[in-house]
Design a protein around this ligand. Structure first.
Ligand code: ADP
Ligand code: ASP
Ligand code: MG
Length: 406
């Protein structure tokens, strides 16, 4: 008898019918002799609606209260799933993040799980209960509710699977698996049978919202077997995320877009030791995720420093940089939100110069200017004009013939 963790995303539990269908699927797992632990997201778009509601009352609500509010979405769905299972004559119990011992750090809205005290869940499984856990939430040292960031239920699922030593973690969503790009934007996107943890992590970090990045990181670190499948087409195989040591040849395996970023520039920063440290350590202290950084020497021993951050961090960054600008005597922060990041991903792709030149050439042919570039062994990202981003995604997918990828 093994523990299997299944996670169902918002669209999979969007209404009563779907909740019943998901519950039947969970019962099947129980019938097969497994111990199901089910992680559930808030129903449909309810997290978005809660955010809109909060902002209609207070345009900049405190992050503590936001987390308190948003965690309620998941509480609705877990109780309904438990009720649906009970209605079929099976034992089920719903638990919040707090009740099942998910301990996090104190960063509201993007908390990281520190530890899971799994005794309660284990005790419930021993009592033959199907355990239904609220995704996306935990509790900090002060006993306050925290959330893990948008899409964070994937991370709850993997973290629980690791803590419970589960044999498998299945992520059920509204597509049949991981594709070469978002199949809702590019019709020729191809489903991958397998993808490496590294490639999946990179795609997730670079905007493919099908998986929360931290969930992939945790699965990789703990070698957790992870499969992404559809809750709508249960007969379809899904995509397994696996460990791949070396690829035979460097190959682009996915392309992704992130338009939830802003490009920031701080002009006229004095060019002396310790300045970059001062700026980026202040941002790091607030857990701001900095992505691309470019420093160009301009004139009279001054630099312009540009970087990108997630849009959600803009208010925090603005405060920090305003203080930095005053202290070091630079020019005020410039913000641009009309940009997007287009990335290609594949193990070892930067070792083949034709891949980078192919990407740049294809963008050039479309008349698209590249404003920033960053590379690692496994990805090449370009900051481009947001208004051209979707066309570029389609074109680059086609250029690298990703519809033929195996
Ligand atoms: P859930 O609510 O189940 O967590 P999400 O909306 O978070 O689902 O993630 C699923 C969505 O991710 C898909 O509907 C798809 O539009 C999008 N997506 C983006 N990139 C990819 C990709 N490479 N492969 C599959 N889906 C992707
Ligand atoms: N409900 C949360 C969100 O919409 C968490 C999740 O779905 O994973 O982001
Ligand atoms: Mg998701």
């Amino acid at each position: 008898m093994s523990i299997i963790v299944q996670k169902y995303g918002g669209s999979s539990v969007a209404d009563a019918e779907r909740i019943k269908r998901v519950s039947n699927h969970v019962i099947k797992l129980k019938e097969q002799g497994h111990q199901p632990v089910v992680v559930v997201s808030a129903m449909g778009d309810s997290t978005d609606h809660l955010i809109d509601l909060a902002k209609s009352i207070n345009p900049s609500p405190s992050s503590r209260e936001m987390d308190m509010l948003l965690s309620t979405g998941e509480q609705i769905s877990i109780s309904l799933i438990a009720m649906a299972i009970e209605s079929k004559g099976y034992k089920a119990i719903s638990l919040t993040g707090y009740q099942c011992g998910i301990e996090t750090d104190h960063f509201y809205s993007k908390a990281k799980i520190h530890d899971i005290k799994s005794d309660r869940i284990k005790a419930e499984l021993d009592k033959d209960n199907i355990v239904i856990v609220a995704g996306f939430q935990g509790v900090n040292k002060d006993g306050d509710i925290t959330t893990l960031g948008r899409g964070g239920s994937d991370t709850s699922a993997v973290a629980l699977a690791v803590a419970l030593d589960a044999s498998l973690c299945e992520i059920y969503t509204d597509v049949t698996g991981i594709y070469t790009t978002d199949p809702r934007i590019v019709k020729t996107a191809k489903q991958l049978q397998t993808i490496s943890y590294d490639e999946m992590l990179e795609l997730a970090k670079l905007g493919a919202k099908v998986m929360h990045p931290r969930s992939v990181e945790l699965a990789r670190k703990n070698k957790m077997k992870l499969v992404v499948r559809s809750s709508f087409e249960l007969d379809k195989e899904g995509t397994e995320i696996i460990e791949v040591k070396e690829m035979e040849k460097a190959q682009v395996r996915g392309v992704t877009l992130d338009d939830n970023i802003v490009r920031l520039s701080v002009p006229n920063v004095p060019d002396k030791p310790g300045i970059a440290y001062k700026m980026f350590s202040a941002l790091a202290a607030q857990n701001v995720h900095i992505d691309m950084i470019i420093q160009n020497l301009t004139h009279d021993e001054h630099n312009d420093i540009s970087f990108t951050v997630p849009k959600d961090d803009l208010d925090v960054v603005r405060k920090i940089i305003t203080q930095f600008v005053e202290e070091v005597g630079a020019n005020p922060l410039l913000v641009r939100d009309d940009v997007a990041k287009l990335s290609i991903v594949g193990t070892g792709i930067t070792s083949d110069a034709h891949i980078a030149s192919g990407l740049f050439g294809a963008l050039y042919k479309m008349g698209i200017n590249i404003e920033m570039i960053s590379t690692s062994e496994i990805k090449i990202s370009c900051i481009i004009d947001k208004s051209r981003a979707k066309d570029a995604l389609i074109e680059i997918h086609d250029f690298f013939e990703l519809h033929k990828v195996i």
